[in-house]
Design a protein. Structure first.
Ligand code: AMP
Length: 214
């Protein structure tokens, strides 16, 4: 299975991708996570990406496409891949189509996690992430048992720098301009299915499971 999760920042792509791979054992390919690791490790790619990420702009397509090609060689990807936060531009979608065609395993399904833009700002400002294992939390909808501490590994939680309100607005604008056109791109291929992502983590996951089962 080659499955793409499409949706605005804060629509829950990362959380849902983790639930899907837990159930199916596929590879979770989050370009945002790979970039954040490069920033943390101080690689040349991380140095280029850091200022763009912090201001809510996209990292150039050629860097992202090369990074994804690299990740797809990992053995965990053999059973299936959930693409989270990629592709984000038409150029990336075309590059991914070409790459997966070459590998003989084209994109099968694109799930659009739908949620209205006003809800996104509230969601993103409450978002927290574990500094140790990357587990996602939310101060209101998914709080940890002990405030500021990860349930899974005990490491402190942090707020991503790009979840500040000003950067969130930029990210939503960039999404509308550069990523929303992908909805038409995949609809034209007959691969797009909508899932209501407004009702919380469990309901959204039920919607995804229904599409995957159907
Ligand atoms: P995310 O965790 O998916 O929200 O990504 C965080 C940031 O990483 C984005 O705001 C972009 O700056 C960068 N990024 C992640 N994925 C991509 C991508 N596919 N294309 C361009 N930039 C990306």
């Amino acid at each position: 299975m080659q499955l793409i999760l499409l949706g605005a920042p804060g629509s829950g792509k990362g959380t849902q991708a983790k639930l899907i791979v837990q159930q199916h054992g596929w590879l979770h390919l989050s370009t945002g996570d790979v970039l954040r690791k490069n920033v943390a490790d101080g690689t040349p790619l991380g140095a280029k990406a850091k200022p763009l990420m912090e201001s809510g702009q996209y990292v150039p397509d050629d860097l992202i496409n090369a990074m994804v090609e690299d990740q797809l060689d990992r053995p965990e990807g053999r059973g299936g891949v959930v693409f989270d936060g990629y592709p984000r531009t038409i150029n990336q979608a075309q590059a991914l189509d070409a790459l997966l065609e070459r590998k003989g395993r084209p994109v099968q399904l694109v799930l659009h996690l739908e949620i209205n833009p006003e809800a996104l700002i509230a969601r993103l400002s409450g978002r927290r992430v574990c500094t140790g294992c990357g587990a996602p939390y939310h101060t209101v909808s998914m709080p940890p048992l002990k405030e500021g501490v990860c349930d899974a590994c005990g490491s402190p939680l942090m707020q991503r720098k790009d979840d500040s309100e000003e950067t969130v607005r930029t990210r939503l604008e960039v999404y509308q301009k550069q990523t929303a056109p992908l909805l038409d791109y995949y609809a034209a291929q007959g691969k797009l299915r909508a899932v209501d992502a407004a009702e919380g983590v469990e309901k959204t996951f039920e919607g995804i499971q229904a599409v995957l089962a159907g």
